[in-house]
Design a protein around this ligand. Sequence first.
Ligand code: PA5
Length: 448
Amino acid sequence: MEKLKLVNKYANKFVSEEEINAMAPRAVDAIRTLHSKNGEGNDFLGWTTLPTDYDKEEFARIKETAEFVKNNCDIFIVIGIGGSYLGARAVIEALKSQNYNLLAKDTPQIFFIGNTISPAMVNELVSLCEDKDICVNVISKSGTTTEPAIAFRIFRDLVYKKYSAEEAAKRIFCTTDKERGTLKNLADEQGYETFVVPDDVGGRFSVLTAVGLLPIAVAGIDIDELMAGAKFAQDSLNSEDLNENDCLKYAAIRNCFYDKGKRLECFISYEPCMTMFNEWLKQLYAESEGKDGKGLYPVSCVFSTDLHSVGQFIQESGSSLMFETCVKFGKPLSDLVIEEQEGNIDGLNFLAGKQMSYVNEKARQGTLLAHTEGGVGNLILEFDEISAANMGYLIYFFEKACAISGYILGINPFNQPGVESYKKNMFALLGKPGYESEKEKLEKELGI
Ligand code: PA5
């Protein structure tokens, strides 16, 4: 297996080796805090050992369930929001394509729902399920999140409309707390199969639990390989020496950028299949680090697509604001050769015989130099290919870097108190019992 390689020479103009060395003691303190499990949020460190210390019985059951789902449905509906869906969708799209649902042959289509409150999305999926066999996996650690709860009510009903009660119960799978919560109670009462989100693993760190593994396995991805890659990262990223540990060094450099006034980290990919991985990264870093008025705001781009939208801004106005972190793969999921064309009407014969990935790589190199020239520092994380093992490694790498970064920043990377504010207001405005006193005040503010 190959390690991810951090290339920081295109950031050196902006963050020198001396500055990185000056950050090293804070980074070392942070990784020690993480390893010794005595920092803030230390009751949420289960993810650190997940690649080795997981429930083997449940892992086998995930594979069996995935086989059942593959053999018994056309559409697999995955209900969840935030950390309860992003990781699975990221891995499936990275390894299979953004067009997975159009290309899937031996595996079911997979639709993610319950990640918005859009009625149109629900109606659309209900109509897609017409005359189709379906299975449902509802994922909610708390078991009480409004968005997935509404979607589950609707799709649970749909399963019961399509099948007998006995058959319906076999087609519904709940991934939630091992003993508490509305969802767990409902599952036990109705006899649905359940999978566990471990107590000590927060939502955005849960992709390597049943939360991510069941949908990923249903897509036909080798979850043993995914876990093996994560294990390799778990074993490889422990050194306290920045020159031996790229995860630690990456965490240190991004904090150097932060200390020098940068406020955005832009995650870059040159493969659209990584779009959802970028979304997963954005949640991981924003929800972990954005606290106490601190933190780098994570944004993302897929190039060259976004060079034709936000490229202008990055080139000429990005320098005071941001740096870029590019996840680069040596080869794409597939490639093609550009053929010579008689007459050369489009003037592209100078590319004849070249692989399209070669052109993409030249775009990457050109952009790297242009953006660096424009004052935007670039970090590159290099891998040879997009594989399940490498995705497992990447997940663990970014989770660990995020935890270390959070400790360098001096915040608790494992809570998300800010997420509650909108929920409180929404419940009050909806008239949820217990929120009566707030309702009137908020309605007055809104003038309704
Ligand atoms: O990372 C987190 O904890 C959150 O993004 C949660 O995953 C998200 O809010 C969904 O929560 P739950 O799984 O409890 O429905």
